[in-house]
Write a protein that binds this ligand. Structure first.
Ligand code: CMP
Length: 489
């Protein structure tokens, strides 16, 4: 069998290209490159097979054979262009597709380069087939081509990339992939939504991740007409400050938006940097706002058409006379008091509610109130340099916050609500009068305080980093210190 020089040269090039691609394909860590190189190898094998078969056929029938065929050359060109694009655009040692040149762009480059080579290798054949082929293909693939060009436009213009949170039309989610045909997003509900690229490019696209992941959220709320707007704004802004996921900068703000039928409406606006958590963050804000408004005695009103006649003052009074007194009667601390004194205490106690997880008292703060747990459970925690140790838990009927209230010292520990807690709060001035009448209460409280202090010290000695000041002097009789602080005879 006689083989021409150029045919042998062609075969040598084919084998050389295969010999380069084969080891690269074996050593790359990138599965995408591996797949592309495997495709090139397949094309090389097909080209070699085709050429050898056609050469054999031509020899057999004694046809003139000297050159490798145009198809063989085109296949070789395809294998080379495809391999070079894969190696050029993607990281060789990482399992990922280039962010800058996604799959769709790489494919477009390969097709473009291949067409360029093809026009120079076999221009006559290409023109002959392309006119009819283009027409048929164009008609058949109208939609597909629309999506394809839209996909290319998206890649070039880059209104969003993989990993961004977007809203396209009615769909909101994180972009998982942009292919030739469609943009795939994963919605917050977990649904995988495939939107044809032509729709994406026609619709308005909102990108929540770029140019910056910081987004403003807003939450609307209505409060009664007798509530001063500045007070509402203060409570809402403080609520934002208590939620770590809400950014301090840009600062949150509250706008009065409407004097509505039954309420003054406000829009609470705050910034977050993790859009994927926007719903739970809004929920956290709305929930905490409820408790804080309730504590500030700011009620969210019923619609004006509600025919219930609510009289908060009267209700408060009923509570004072009923359940507050019942609570005081049961509380161990007040057991031995006269009925008149119990009623006096019931009158100066105010109900407060805390959300589960909320910090009621913060260690080292100044404090001029103490609390009685009516319902629920709190944790007493000793903190130092980020180290936290639970000292104890207190529940229905227990009291806390007495140390700072009665001695004027900073809070000795942090107290947090374990679950939603209903409590009564007593503040210094009204309590002073009750204490003056009933020195026995002071004695009883000072006993409890000494015990608690001892527990705190024991806990402190186990904490390596404890920096708070606990001195032997503080063991001294609390009784004397309380009397001194309150100016009790
Ligand atoms: P105060 O120091 O005002 O604020 C923190 C409160 O935690 C403190 O008052 C006590 O009421 C409470 N506390 C501190 N140590 C203990 C303890 N060992 N047992 C129960 N309560 C405590």
């Amino acid at each position: 069998m006689h083989l021409s020089g150029s045919f042998v040269a062609y075969l040598v090039v084919l084998i050389a290209v295969g010999a380069v691609i084969l080891p690269l394909q074996a050593i790359t860590r990138n599965g995408f490159i591996r797949g592309k190189l495997r495709f090139s190898l397949l094309v090389i094998v097909a080209a070699a097979g085709y050429e050898i078969a056609s050469n054999y056929y031509q020899l057999h029938y004694q046809l003139p054979t000297d050159q490798p065929s145009a198809i063989g050359k085109l296949l070789l060109a395809l294998a080379i262009v495809n391999a070079i694009a894969a190696l050029l655009f993607n990281p060789f040692r990482q399992e990922k597709i280039s962010d800058r040149y996604p799959r769709i762009v790489q494919d477009a480059v390969v097709v473009g380069a291949f067409v360029l080579v093809a026009t120079s290798v076999a221009p006559d054949k290409l023109w002959a087939t392309s006119a009819i082929g283009g027409l048929v293909l164009g008609l058949a693939l109208q939609d597909t081509l629309g999506n394809l060009f839209a996909g290319l436009a998206i890649q070039v213009e880059k209104p969003f990339g993989v990993g961004d949170w977007i809203k396209a039309g009615d769909y909101e989610g994180r972009v998982a992939e942009v292919t030739w045909r469609a943009t795939k997003i994963r919605a917050k509900s977990g649904k995988f939504v495939v939107i044809p690229n032509s729709l994406v490019s026609k619709d308005t696209v909102v990108n929540y991740s770029k140019p910056s992941p910081i987004q403003r959220m807003s939450f609307s709320i209505g409060l009664a007409y007798d509530v001063p707007p500045n007070l509402v704004k203060r409570v809402a802004v403080e609520t934002c400050a208590a939620i770590p996921s809400i950014l301090k900068e840009p600062a949150p703000d509250v706008l009065l938006t409407q004097y509505a039928d039954s309420s003054i409406n406000y829009s609470c606006r705050f910034w977050i940097d993790d859009f994927s958590r926007s719903d739970p963050i809004i929920d956290e804000f709305a929930t905490l706002l409820y408790y804080r408004l309730k504590r500030a005695h700011l009620n969210i009103p019923f619609p004006i058409r509600d025919i219930r006649i609510t009289q908060p003052v009267a209700e408060d009074q009923v509570e004072a006379d009923g359940s507050r007194l019942a609570f005081v009667e049961k509380a161990g601390l007040f057991r031995n008091l006269e009925m008149a004194d119990k009623e006096a205490i019931a009158r100066i106690m105010h109900p407060v509610t805390f959300a589960a997880g909320e910090t009621i008292i913060r260690q080292a703060d100044a404090g001029d109130s103490m609390f009685f747990v009516k319902n629920g459970c709190v944790r007493v925690v000793l903190e130092s340099n980020g180290e936290r140790h639970e000292v104890t838990q207190l529940t229905d009927g227990d009291f806390f916050g007495e140390m700072a209230l009665l001695t004027g010292e900073p809070r000795s520990a942090t107290v947090m609500a374990v679950c939603d807690v209903e409590a009564y709060v007593l503040s210094k001035e009204p309590f002073r009068e009750v204490l003056q009448q009933n020195p026995a209460i002071v004695e009883k409280i000072s006993e409890t305080m000494a015990l608690r202090k001892a527990m705190l010290e024991q806990q402190a000695s186990q904490m390596s980093t404890l920096a708070i000041r606990i001195q032997a002097e503080e063991q001294q009789n609390f009784l004397v210190r309380i009397q001194r602080f309150f100016g009790l005879g």
